[in-house]
Design a protein around this ligand. Structure first.
Ligand SMILES: [Ca+2]
Ligand SMILES: [Ca+2]
Length: 510
């Protein structure tokens, strides 16, 4: 598994060089593979698909190939030859006429999709050397507007070597319309989805069961009734998936023309069933979902440089061995609803792998004590041994203590736990820890229990969790396994040492 992880991270071309000091890089490799992701994946829309350095799946460029380019226009005709001068009219029909290497350009404008199944775009597969591309005209983003309770805008079931770019997919003025891009009918592989605006749909934004080598880049998927990205269980599940630069928000805040919720009670920003992974979610925002922010049952799920905020249920939920979170801000659990609640900012639970490993490094987690719940909850009733490395992480303002079940082998150093006005700060190792016991090093070296002094915490609204001058989290972190930069891209360390939390305070910061 470790080998596979490294392979995934290595395949991506960094936009900037890894900046680890040598000694840190070595220890980081030992303790935290998540840092490899943070260090080398790089942000960006473009780099992942421009990566031609290897021949192994993710990141391969779709070659321009020998194919032809065809055009569709709202003013075209399906009896035309499909050229720029004489374009076709129907995106559904056009998508079925493509051969490997072909590109279909949708000219700007609005296309109504309402007839099953001819109006659904069904791109034929490309090949490794000749991808099939469907994209919106440069400089104009065409709209696929659906109605008549149509099943989906685009069906990629069984497709491979397909890229879809620069489109908007939405309901036609609130008409019933279910899913943006579906692929649950048959396994999908080698797919790039990029610059898509998918919103106001009754069911899912992107719905896949069995997918290998998928990149979802710079996509904005909001207001989908059943969730933004996810799908049902599949025979092989999700493998080699990168989601980067995306917005996966407001799931459940729309249904059939209204503000929701719909019949699906907990729509997530991201939610997938047990899978081998690896799944990398980076530079992505998941906020105001009526379900969880990011909920992955996949093994090897790596979440970094993300903001997970104001989701009604759990913030980040991890279930699979080899998963972790780094450089991520999680707050607003409950989305402003204060009551007794089973939800937490971070939940880790698993009973599938004895000795499964998880890592949380340089995460900021803020909760609100009006919400009667735990800020972090690791392990439910299972007795399966679960290793958790918790480092450079701030967990503050929970109603309950930070909770780690008795079967959790917790390695916790250089964290800050702040539960104001309460004696017990942490439950772990079968016992409680008070603030003075935390500070005395009983839970591990370098742990603190004081007010982290965030700039502007919030609950149900947008907050600012950078550190104020004088924060005890400044320069109190460990270099071991620390990501090379912070959530803002500020290189670590700034000042004299590494900070705790998702943000490294710059020396020139006001
Ligand atoms: Ca969920
Ligand atoms: Ca510092």
């Amino acid at each position: 598994m470790a080998t596979r992880d490294k392979g995934l991270w290595r395949r991506r071309t960094p936009t900037r060089p890894c900046r680890w000091p040598r000694s840190i890089a070595i220890t980081a490799l030992l303790v935290a593979t998540i840092s490899i992701a943070a260090g080398c994946a790089g942000r960006s829309s473009g780099d992942a698909t421009a990566d031609t350095e290897s021949g192994t799946g993710i990141g391969r460029t779709a070659p321009t190939g020998p194919g032809a380019t065809y055009y569709v226009s709202p003013t075209g005709s399906d009896s035309n030859p499909g050229t720029m001068e004489a374009p076709w009219a129907s995106p559904g029909l056009a998508s079925r006429r493509l051969s490997p290497g072909d590109t279909l350009v949708l000219m700007g404008g609005r296309y109504f999709l309402g007839v099953y199944d001819q109006d659904i775009l069904k791109p034929s597969s490309g090949s490794r050397e000749a991808w099939v591309t469907i994209k919106g005209e440069e400089g104009g983003r065409p709209v696929l507007a659906g109605g008549n309770d149509l099943f989906a805008a685009i069906d990629i079931s069984g497709a491979s070597y397909v890229r879809i770019e620069n489109l908007e997919i939405t309901s036609d003025k609130g008409a019933p319309f279910r899913t943006g891009i579906t692929g649950t009918g048959a396994p999908v592989s080698h797919v790039v989805l990029r610059d898509l605006y998918v919103h106001h749909l009754d069911e899912m934004g992107i719905d896949l069961a069995d997918v290998e080598d998928l990149q979802v880049l710079d996509c904005h998927i909001t207001h989908c009734g059943f969730g933004a990205v996810g799908g049902p269980p599949g025979p092989s599940g999700w493998r080699d998936v990168l989601i980067s630069g995306c917005e996966l928000s407001y799931s459940g805040h729309y249904y059939q023309g209204g503000a929701g919720p719909g019949p699906y009670d907990r729509p997530d920003g991201f939610g997938i069933e047990p899978s081998p992974g690896p799944i990398e979610i980076a530079y992505t925002v998941a906020e105001h979902n009526r379900g969880d922010g990011l909920d992955s049952k996949a093994q090897n799920t790596r979440i970094h440089h993300c903001v997970v905020a104001n989701n009604a249920c759990d913030g980040v939920k991890l279930w699979g061995d080899g998963s972790g979170i780094a450089d991520t801000l999680i707050y607003g659990t409950g989305d402003g609803e204060g009551e007794a609640s089973p939800w937490a900012g971070i939940v880790i639970g698993q009973d599938s792998a004895e000795g499964a490993r998880f890592e949380i490094v340089n995460v900021t987690l803020h909760d609100n004590p009006e919400r009667e719940a735990y800020p972090i909850y690791v392990q439910y009733d299972e007795s399966t041994l679960t290793h958790l490395l918790l480092r450079n992480t701030i967990i503050s303002n929970g109603h309950g203590p930070a909770y780690f079940g008795d079967a959790v082998a917790l390695e916790a150093d250089h964290n800050l736990f702040f539960r104001p006005g309460e004696e017990v700060q942490v439950h772990a190792n079968g016992r409680d820890y008070t603030a003075s016991q935390v500070e005395a090093g009983e839970l591990g070296v370098g742990n603190l229990s004081r007010d982290p002094l965030f700039r502007s915490p919030a609950w149900g609204a947008t907050g600012d969790y950078r550190l104020r001058a004088g924060s005890p989290a400044i320069d109190s972190g460990s270099p071991l396994g620390a990501p090379p930069d912070d959530l803002d891209g500020v290189p670590r360390p700034a000042g004299t040492a590494w900070d705790m939390g998702a943000y490294e305070r710059r020396e020139d910061e006001p």
